[in-house]
Design a binder for this molecule. Structure first.
Ligand code: FAD
Length: 469
């Protein structure tokens, strides 16, 4: 009876831990089947090397360890059919493209479903990565670059310990937590801080320099804040003071939960440099997670959030008219869909009800005005991933921010009842997700699923070691 809602500060005592663990036992095999055995979900395309850190010079923060390296698929024949450029190219074209922004603006009420689906006989075209949608919580990964990106097998590049640490990594995490510093409408104007930091309205469409300057301004503000106790915007850890609103708390939880999941994986799949073995490192877990129950609680919170988003997508992904996996082979397409539905149906089947209630967010108080801020801040976090100086960490950092961004888009930008899950709240443009968004979402969910599993095993190891003493 303790379902996690964004309202709850998830506590250790909350029964929802066991509810989610039970759910995860049910869902994990299906999720692994999907992400490990289908070409569609075991590969990803992103811009791994071509984008510079837009916020600072990151030359010194590069990781030279072999464990940081990513094996990309450079030859066309190594890329599965479903991901090959020629296949994707075949699907692109003026008739079958996602409606551009101008169309959306000119004809906001026009039902475009028929145009995209019936007339062109092709409803699977979702390769409009260069197009930034107002409703996106992430920047498209090929923003500002011309190449089509790098192809990777996620199976051949597992997220694990890389040795990336020190000032470079710390700088990125610090900047990520700084994004939690929301503008506050009730902030006293008399405070001697000058203007508060505000993210440009549509940063995706703006010169990066503006964003960098804003980030610099914010950094100065942070320093001033540290010297001025009258300005309790955020505490050191990024948590806001007493009157912190729901949305800000949710934002912090998402970031902290993602950080906790990354820490869990690097502790679970850790390189013992004495033996050369990859194995769980219990003291790594104790020092980064066990001593900080709040971090673990945030990880569970993210699991609940993604469960809800994946469940909500079920009706959309179940229908051939709505979504085609474009494998080029109907049998493979059907197999991929069946595996997706095995996951979405289990995610939807939570007892005693939805594990996460997004409908209460962005409603009361300063909630509605925070939505755009929330979205822009999340976009900045996705940009910050280009500042991660370890290729493997950047790959999984980008994938997971894209996964959370997709979950937020599904939860907050699209209608809530299942029958109209394919229609956005704001207009009648059919709900289309890019394949990279979909792959990121399910793989992020799989990461959280494996984190939950690892945390339980680590917990048992701690108990065992305590009993032995
Ligand atoms: P860090 O994990 O760097 O944390 C910095 C500070 O943040 C801590 O001192 C603490 O105050 C606070 N903090 C820590 N965890 C949380 C939390 N959950 N919630 C709130 N606050 C917290 N390394 C790998 O080996 N493999 C990877 O795949 C990997 N991926 C990464 C992806 C990204 C995007 C980034 C930025 C780093 C990644 N790293 C990875 C590096 C790794 O996350 C750590 O930065 C590194 O291991 C050094 O750890 P640390 O103990 O100094 O603390």
């Amino acid at each position: 009876s303790c379902a996690i809602s964004p309202k709850a500060i998830v506590s250790d005592a909350c029964a929802s831990y066991s509810t989610l663990e039970q759910l995860n036992r049910d869902i994990k095999p299906a999720l692994e089947d999907l992400t490990r055995t289908t070409d569609f979900f075991s590969h990803y395309r992103l811009n791994l090397f071509n984008k510079e850190c837009p916020f600072w010079n990151d030359e010194n923060g590069m990781c030279g360890n072999i464990a940081c390296a990513v094996e990309t698929l450079d030859n066309e024949e190594d890329i599965p059919e479903v991901w090959r450029a020629k296949e994707l190219g075949k699907l692109e074209g003026p008739r079958a493209k996602h409606p551009g922004k101008s169309v959306q603006k000119e004809e906001p009420k026009r039902p475009l479903q028929g145009k995209l689906g019936e007339d062109v006989g092709e409803s699977c075209v979702v390769e409009y990565d260069d197009e930034c949608d107002d409703r996106d919580y992430c920047v498209p990964d090929d923003e500002g670059v011309s190449s089509k990106g790098d192809y990777v097998s996620l199976l051949r590049n597992p997220e694990r310990f890389t040795g990336y640490a020190g000032d470079g990594a710390k700088q990125v995490w610090d900047a990520i937590y700084r994004e939690n510093c929301f503008q506050k409408s009730s902030f006293p104007k008399s405070a001697s801080l000058g203007d508060t930091y505000s993210v440009p309205k549509n940063p995706a469409a703006q010169d990066f320099r503006a964003v960098m300057q804003a980030a610099g301004r914010q950094h100065i503000l942070e320093q001033q804040r540290e010297q001025n106790p009258l300005v309790p915007f955020v505490t050191k850890t990024g948590l806001e003071s007493e009157d912190e609103c729901l949305e800000k708390r949710v934002f912090y939880k998402i970031v902290s939960g993602m950080h906790a999941s990354i820490s869990t994986h690097l502790c679970w799949d850790f390189l013992n440099q004495t033996t050369g073995q990859w194995q769980p490192n219990l003291s790594c877990y104790i020092n980064r997670l066990h001593k900080f129950p709040e971090r673990i609680s945030n990880l569970y919170f993210n699991y609940a959030l993604l469960t809800r988003a994946v469940a909500k997508l079920g009706p959309y992904l179940s229908s051939h008219e709505e979504y085609t996996f474009c494998t080029g082979d109907p049998a493979q397409d059907a197999d991929t869909r069946a595996k997706v539905l095995a996951v979405t149906s289990k995610a939807a089947n939570t007892v005693p009800g939805p594990v996460f209630d997004e409908s209460i967010m962005f409603k009361n108080g300063e909630g509605p005005s925070l939505k755009e801020d929330f979205r822009n801040r999340f976009r900045n976090i996705s940009r910050l991933m280009d500042c991660v100086g370890c290729d493997k960490c950047r790959l999984w950092g980008k994938l997971q921010t894209a996964g959370y961004g997709t979950a937020l888009k599904v939860l907050f930008e699209f209608a809530n009842n299942d029958t109209s899950a394919t229609t956005s709240k704001t207009d009648e443009i059919p709900f289309k997700l890019k394949r990279t968004e979909l792959v990121a979402l399910f793989n992020t969910y799989a990461r959280l699923s494996s984190s939950l599993d690892a945390i339980q095993k680590f917990r048992a190891m701690v108990e065992e070691s305590e009993e032995g003493q």
